[in-house]
Design a protein around this ligand. Sequence first.
Ligand code: ATP
Length: 234
Amino acid sequence: MLELRKVYHYYGKAKALEEVNLSVEKGSLDAVIGPNGAGKSTLLRAISGLEEIDRGRITFEGERIDEMEAHDIARRGIAHCPERRRLFYDMTVMENIELGAYALKDRSKYSGLLDLVFDIFPRLDERRKQRSGTLSGGEQQMLAIARSLMSNPKFLLLDEPSLGLAPKVKDKIFKAIEVIKEEGTTALLVEQDAVLAMQVADNIFVLEDGKIEMSGTREELEREPRIKKVYLGI
Ligand code: ATP
């Protein structure tokens, strides 16, 4: 469904992505793990058109998207849920959710999607009228994901969904991500918490210093001594 071939991205002279090859099958939930500064956010930004790549190609459902504007990529069904949540803090939970539905092409889907996000995140249902700036970190992350889901994406990009959250809250978010997958949305998430990411992902890509150093299923990566040591601490 999504394919990156030999993708390079530079910030000035600094290489952020180098010869990145990656593909995600329809219906899959895949993860990119890697340390701070490895290029994970850049990779998602390149897919959603927020960064222009310097070399290579990105295709989505067989169509080349790397030369398109971000809004055209979004229109094809790719939703980007960015790191650090980027909510409108002065607006209520419901207003943020409605903003997410702004990109919804088929308005008849609105109420079904609303039911779905409140089903996945009952906490948000209870807090519909609350100003989003006053939500807890975990609730803000839930709202960011809920907002992305309201555009009824075919493909969801999730940047560090566990960032800054307590372990229990992280688990909740990841359970929700699994439900989203079961509902039929394909997703690619980037995560520093490798243990958590590997629990849910069908395929894992290890990004280090801008390069995909390894990829495979959880079982395959768990057999690699370096992955065990560096990422799983076992
Ligand atoms: P983190 O988890 O800390 O966000 P990351 O894996 O997402 O890390 P990126 O944010 O993609 O990594 O950054 C990759 C590299 O590119 C880093 O060395 C970073 O300093 C650099 N970088 C990121 N954004 C910019 C920018 N706008 N201008 C210049 N350099 C940048």
